[in-house]
Structure formats: structure tokens, C-alpha cells
Write a protein that binds this ligand. Sequence first.
Ligand SMILES: Nc1ncnc2c1ncn2[C@@H]1O[C@H](COP(=O)(O)OP(=O)(O)OP(=O)(O)O)[C@@H](O)[C@H]1O
Ligand SMILES: [Mg+2]
Length: 360
Amino acid sequence: MADVMLKGIKKSYGPVDVIKGVDIEIKDGEFVVFVGPSGCGKSTLLRMIAGLEDISGGSLEIGGTVVNDIPASQRGIAMVFQSYAIFPHMTVRENVAFGLTIAGASKAEKEEKVAEAARILQMEHLLDRRPSQLSGGQRQRVAIGRAIVRKPEVFLFDEPLSNLDAALRLDMRIEIGKLHKSLGATMVYVTHDQVEAMTLADKIVVLKDGYVQQVGAPMDLYHRPENLFVAGFIGAPSMNFLPVDIVSRDADSAHVQSSLVTQFAAPVWREGIGASGAATLGIRPQDLHPVDSGGILTGNVTLAERLGIETVVDVALSDGTRILCSMAEDRVFEPGQEIHLDFDPARAHLFAQDPQAKAA
Ligand SMILES: Nc1ncnc2c1ncn2[C@@H]1O[C@H](COP(=O)(O)OP(=O)(O)OP(=O)(O)O)[C@@H](O)[C@H]1O
Ligand SMILES: [Mg+2]
């Protein structure tokens, strides 16, 4: 079993605390994705799991054993990096077999394992080529092949697709998803790409400033973000936020309004929403739609981006606040035109005026 448990994990570089106490449970066979802004500590966490960085505090368990002091080579882990470090002077076959060669494997064993990896990654026809004769996606497959032949119980991927163009990323994303299903191995994957995170993950871990903000299935994070940071981070374009006042509240809803927002009842399930006072209203751009008159918000179009499959409209409200509205159709809007927007109140997100993100 290759569960990976992070308990109170900390990392400091000298006086600088980078990972500030992280608890994450990764179950055997699970596909877990780490997301978060640049510098939040994703790669550092992955490198600590791999054994490439010392752990400053807490315990890391793999398969029930504390591995804090066990060297990388004995952790049963293979890591695939963003810059696929494959050797230009070796053929694909030699590159894929590299780890086995170093470990002193026999010729027969190498042939068998390379053949299996090549079959899984559909690159049997590429084995005698050199890296310079491969496309970017094919090179990335070589790097993954090199990880596969080691039969790791845990695969770690650090932005493996970010050097590829959009079409190749899509292909490779599908291949990595298939690989996870066919191997059944535990996978931990770092990405900046929301689509990769949402489509590949069983579980997403949202990180900010060395803290875990929320852990959950992709749709949990999308539909029930626990704080403003997660709400703004998951979903594209980002959720709109507007300050509102609470007029009254009952068990599971609160009437809210502001100088910009017509009064309505928003569902309440998060902690910290009182019977009065200030709160933050969150509305996803996709939940807003234009209406001929009335609506919950009124403003003027500043810009409309027509993408064919969707139209994203940037709207300035009367006090200058900008919000986005995204509709799944091609529509024409003129800059300056007045626009009334409405939405289903059940889709409102109401947040207490707490700190933006967890910091302890
Ligand atoms: N060797 C080091 N010495 C000091 N600080 C470091 C070192 N390595 C990383 N850091 C700092 O640790 C923090 C986390 O870095 P990390 O590489 O884990 O971020 P990341 O989330 O992977 O970011 P990105 O999305 O840009 O790859 C950053 O602020 C970085 O500057
Ligand atoms: Mg990184």
C-alpha cells in the first residue's frame, strides 16, 4: 500500500518559513493535484515527498512507514519534472532504461520493462530515435517512460506539461489520466492549469503561502469553496466579489443588499455569517445573465470578448466596480451600453468578512 501521509510538515530555508504546517492524506491509488499561486510551496512539498529536500518539521509517511530520513532512492517514488531531463546522446530505448542500467538490471529485464513502458505510452515505434528526432509531447512520454520502468508505488509530477502547446497538453493530459487508471499507482501532480487539475484529480489541494486552504474533490471546491481565496482561485474567469450588508437572516439564508446590489436572499452554509453587518457576496461570471430590465445589478459594458463558444463581458457598476459576466453563446455588446444582470439567488456565495485565507 502506498498511502502518503503528511503530518504537520514544515520547511524552512534558514529564517524563511516556506511550508508552515501541512496535513494532507493521500490514499493508495489516489490522484491528488496541488494547485496554488507561484511561490506557495507546491514544488517544495513535492520535493520533500520525493526525498530531494530535507523536512524541517512534522512527519512524512509512505505506506505506513515514516520516511523523513529515508533516502530518495529507497522511497519507491519516481518524479517527472517540467523540464524533461532526457539525455540527447542516448536513444529513446537507452533513456527509458537509464534507471535500470544504473541499478545494474540484466539485459533481458531491461528489454522487458522498456517494451512494457513503450506499449503503455504507445511509443514502440520511437525506441531507436534520439530525443532531437522527437516532438515535445514524445519527449515528455520518454520522461514518463523512464519513471514507469522503475515500477514506483508513487508518481510525482511537477508541471509535466507546461512546456507543451495546447493541443499536446490535451493529448498528454488524456494519456496521464489513462496511465493512472491502468497502473493504479498513487499520483501527486502539481499544475498551474485549472483544466488539468479539475479533470485529472480525485482530490485537489489548494495551497497559499505555505498553508493548505482547502482539500476536496474538484466539484466540492467549485461549488463549496470554504473561503474567498479558494473561491477566487478555482474557476475561470474568477468569481466576482462585492461587499454587501446583511439585512436579516434565518436558519439557512440571509437577506443582503448594497448600493449596487438589489436586496435578495442568499443561501448561508459557511461559518461566521451573523444577523447583521458586512459580508462579501461572490457570484461566478457564468451565473450572471443579461436581462432586458431590472435584475440584481446594473452597469455599463466596458469590453466584450467574443470567443465563439462564450462571450465574456466586463461591466462597470455605478461606483466603478468591475465585474465579469460570461455567457455560453456568441453575443454582441457595444462598449458603453447599459446592461442589467440577474442570477439565480441559490447560486450566490456569501462569505463572512474574515481574513481572505487561512493563515494558521
Ligand atoms: N533553496 C531555497 N532557498 C530559499 N528559498 C527557497 C528555496 N527554494 C524555494 N524557495 C522559496 O520557497 C517558496 C516556495 O517555492 P516553490 O518552488 O515550492 O513554489 P511553487 O509553489 O512550486 O511555485 P511555482 O508555481 O512558481 O513553481 C518560494 O517563495 C521560493 O522562493
Ligand atoms: Mg514549482
